[in-house]
Design a protein around this ligand. Structure first.
Ligand code: C5P
Length: 299
């Protein structure tokens, strides 16, 4: 018997970042929107923990116990006093090291899949607590939809969304390390007074109304200057998408994936086509949000 869970990618429509805390993390006001690009995580009983991965970026995925999917299985098994004896297979469609929470998605997916396979009976609250231990973005991958993350991003408040938003994502030809981007944020901010991160009321209102123009006017990412500093060519990708008619262009999370908001599916297709022929990115995908969180497909 196997259990398969589907988990969405995310884009941060607002990422407000505070000063570094004593523990090295940063307080955030992080507005997540789940979008319809998915990884599928399948768990099957096995003699011992083993991970395999398929997909165009599969060779970049670690197949040892550092993988968040493995860590999720180990964490749940430890709480139940059992062995994490599963084969975890990841069918990967979310870009790796792209700022779209692909690793977090696999962690949330493996956790939900193992909870189902082992009939471990973890409540939603326990699953969310394990997710928060695994990483700042992992709870959102479980929940999906749209949410405001505070603390280091793991304390979630679900947000109302009044419509569907259409996005284009441009994947770069190399990844960016999230810790490196936060370090660059700290370096660029040295000596400056960094304000407390606060969610934008305009942005929350635009989400609630489902208004793409209002959302475009309100999106922001405090990590964008740091990502551009480490990966200057991303400025060309952003410019190409803006020229193609995107309502807004921004780096997704810590990057290097760039995200373009479009008014409707037709406009998204046009922006995607222009980006594809621009020579400024590796691949281009369209996806809309909000999308549901981690979902058991069978089992
Ligand atoms: O929580 P997670 O393990 O996903 O975070 C990865 C890295 O990103 C952390 O080690 C830290 O360097 C940085 N980070 C941060 N502040 C946050 C979230 C992540 O500095 N709120």
């Amino acid at each position: 018997m196997s259990v398969t869970v589907r988990v969405p990618a995310k884009v941060n429509v607002q990422l407000a970042v505070g000063a570094a805390r004593p523990d090295g993390f940063h307080d955030l006001a992080n507005v997540f929107l789940a979008v319809g690009l998915y990884d599928e995580v399948t768990v099957t009983p096995a003699d011992e923990l083993r991970i395999t991965c398929e997909g165009s970026d599969a060779e970049q995925v670690p197949l040892d116990r550092t993988n968040l999917a493995a860590r999720a299985a180990v964490a749940l098994a430890a709480r139940r006093g059992i062995e994490p004896a599963v084969h975890i297979h990841i069918a990967k469609d979310i870009p790796v090291a792209g700022g779209m929470a692909g690793g977090s998605a696999d962690g949330a997916g493996a956790l939900l899949a193992c909870n189902t396979l082992w009939q471990a009976g973890a409540s939603r609250a326990e699953l969310l607590a394990i997710c928060a231990e695994l990483g700042s973005d992992v709870p959102f991958s479980l929940v999906g939809g749209a949410a405001l993350g505070t603390g280091r991003g793991e304390q979630l408040r679900t947000l109302e969304v009044g419509g569907t938003f259409h996005w284009v994502f441009a994947m770069a030809d190399r990844g960016l390390s999230t810790p490196a981007v936060f370090r660059e944020f700290d370096r660029l901010g040295e000596g400056l007074d960094i304000p407390e991160p606060i969610a934008s009321e305009k942005l929350l209102g635009a989400l609630a109304k489902g208004d793409p123009d209002a959302l475009a006017a309100a999106v922001s990412n405090d990590l964008q200057p740091a990502a551009l500093s480490l990966f200057p060519e991303l400025a060309d990708t952003l410019a190409a998408g803006r020229t193609a008619g995107a309502l807004a262009a921004l780096v997704s999370g810590s990057g290097p994936t760039t995200a373009f908001l479009a008014r409707d599916p037709e406009s998204a297709a046009k922006v995607a086509e222009t980006l594809r022929s621009s020579g400024t990115c590796r691949t281009v995908r369209t996806a809309s949000g909000p999308a549901p969180g981690a979902t058991v497909l069978n089992g």
